[in-house]
Design a protein around this ligand. Structure first.
Ligand code: DGJ
Length: 555
């Protein structure tokens, strides 16, 4: 009997033990879960002209992809995740539609959004949500039916011929409040379901806003306002002399008037949303630098390059003004990066084209203009654009360069973001008629030569490289199909740059992981491989070239 009692007692103690152990484990898990799942808010920090986008408290680079316009639906997303995995992107930009979220006035449906967030979280992807609300490409197609069917209550703009057009008036408080109400409901909901996880890292209220079809609203109300003085606050922020819109802005008066009212409208919506959940927010531009160069032929009143100052003054709740760039000419691409990457504006390119040219251009954006992110548009094949080939092979080709970029760049994000804005990061890429290029660093110049691999016909322009100067004699090279030769600076007293070491490797949690040393043939050729490679190079300036192992074209 005492034996039985002892057994019961022991069993009870074991139960307690197991019980407390289990309790402890649960507690640990909960604590860990809490810690891991309550990271700090995503934030854009700008200091002395350097912009850093923080996610989970760490500098982040959006290596993104954007869905086609009608693809933000579960049926399409479910088929797209595998493609996204192949792309190696870290962020998905997806539309969220006012018409879908508030199909009846005041009745919200977040089922699609919930599934999107859960699925993205499962995939380890972050989300940038594109609010297709009052404005989408200078039109108002995405407003719910109860808005579309009721233009008396939700007024539209009027063009110069007196015709009402499919663009909501940005002067109407009714329009603005209706949009803001839906947007804030969505932001509140995101906070509820995602605050612990931060799957959603940024929001774009509206999409390429402005008015397509007219340079300004010609309604009676708008024309009356247009004749009045430019608001004093705007005039003073722009350091201009007071006057009417025409006096202050001359030939750009109609566009400036539209931009101001559009900026105020969107800012109201963004700030209302931020009160619910303060995620960073940006507005993207349909650029004016194209053949639709006249206001109204591109959406008038969007954050085009000539309207950036107005947006900065009138929309303080907007963290940055982004630029959609589809230009295939690298000079135009770079010019736009220069215009939007300003001390007061972080460069973000939420839409680019696909294909190898854009894979090269992403290097410029990140390396030369300190972009906080890039993304090709139209990642999924589920669209109705008759001009865009949709078969898998074509799609794979279009994304292959970008997938390779992302695979190579992702582990280097801590390095890239630490060098951005310091002058120690530069990009270079092969372009039509550009056979080589010389980059300048503190102690060395770097000659880059393109045209590789030589066996590939037809030759695609795949050469692209990011160069980070990580010490006086140390560099990181990240790229493809580019031959590199370091030369000591003229006047340095050295004739040659000798390789002390050339390590191939990658980064893990910001720490360099060597895979192998490059020497012999690899150093003789000194050419970044077609698959892409990351090299850490240590140099020494020499007066004679006795032990020189630098590549030499004469050999
Ligand atoms: C720019 C828009 O912002 C996108 O939503 C999409 O319509 C693309 N143009 C199509 O090229």
């Amino acid at each position: 009997m005492p034996g039985l009692l002892l057994k019961i007692l022991l069993g009870f103690l074991m139960f307690l033990n197991v019980g407390s152990g289990f309790g402890q484990a649960t507690k640990n898990r909960a604590q860990k879960g809490n810690k891991a799942s309550s990271p700090s808010m995503p934030q854009l920090v700008s200091q002395n002209g350097k912009h850093t986008f923080y996610v989970d408290g760490k500098p982040y680079l959006i290596l993104g992809a954007q869905m086609w316009n009608s693809s933000g639906w579960p049926a399409i997303l479910d088929k797209t995740w595998p493609q996204l995995r192949e792309l190696n992107c870290n962020t998905l930009e997806v539309p969220v539609y006012w018409e879908q979220i508030e199909p009846q006035r005041g009745k919200f449906d977040f089922a699609n959004l919930d599934k999107l967030i859960l699925d993205a979280r499962r995939e380890g992807l972050r989300l940038v949500l594109l609010w297709f609300g009052s404005y989408k490409n200078g039109q108002s197609q995405y407003v719910p039916a109860w808005v579309k069917e009721n233009p008396q209550e939700y007024p539209r703009m009027v063009d110069g011929t007196g015709r009402s057009i499919g663009v909501l008036s940005s002067l109407s408080e009714k329009n603005r409040n209706a949009d803001a109400q839906a947007f804030t409901a969505m932001m509140r909901h995101i906070r509820q379901v995602d605050e612990r996880y931060k799957t959603v890292i940024m929001v774009q209220p509206e999409n390429e806003p402005g008015s397509l079809g007219t340079d300004r609203d010609y309604s009676t109300q708008a024309t009356q306002l247009f004749k009045e003085q430019v608001p004093a606050k705007l005039v003073s922020a722009l350091k201009k002399q007071p006057g009417s819109w025409e006096q202050v802005f001359g030939p750009e008066a109609a566009e400036a008037f539209s931009a101001y009212h559009m900026a105020v409208y969107i800012n109201y919506i963004a700030e209302a949303g931020k009160k619910e959940y303060p995620l960073p927010m940006y507005v993207n531009a349909w650029i004016k630098e194209n053949r639709f160069g006249r206001a109204g032929e591109h959406p008038s009143g969007g954050p085009t390059s000539n309207m950036l100052d107005i947006y900065k003054a009138a929309a303080p709740g907007i963290d940055l003004l982004a630029v959609d760039i589809y230009h295939r000419n690298y000079m135009q691409f770079r010019e736009l990066c220069e215009k939007y990457g300003r001390p007061d504006n972080a460069l973000f390119i939420p839409e680019t084209g696909r294909g190898i040219a854009f894979a090269r251009f992403h290097f410029y954006a990140i390396g030369d203009y300190n972009a906080i992110g890039v993304a090709p548009y139209g990642i999924d094949p589920f669209h109705a654009d008759p001009n865009d080939k949709r078969d898998k092979e074509k799609l794979d080709n279009k994304f292959s360069g970008i997938a390779a970029n992302y695979r190579l760049l992702r582990p280097a994000i801590p390095l890239i973001t630490s060098l951005q804005g310091t002058g120690k990061l530069q990009a270079a890429a092969e372009e039509d008629g550009l056979g080589d290029e010389l980059l300048h660093f503190s102690n060395y110049d770097l000659l880059l030569t393109y045209g590789f691999p030589t066996y590939k016909e037809p030759k695609e322009m795949t050469g692209r490289v990011l160069v980070g100067e990580i010490g006086p004699d140390e560099f990181i090279l990240i790229g493809f199909d580019t031959k590199f030769q370091f030369r000591p600076k003229l006047g340095s007293g050295f004739s040659t740059a000798e390789f002390i070491s050339v390590e191939e490797g990658t980064f893990k949690d910001g720490v360099w992981q060597k895979i192998r040393n490059w020497n012999g043939d690899e150093v003789y050729h000194s050419t970044l491989t077609p698959e892409g490679v990351m090299l850490k190079i240590k140099l020494k300036g020499l007066q004679s070239d006795k032990f020189d192992n630098k590549p030499n074209f004469e050999r």
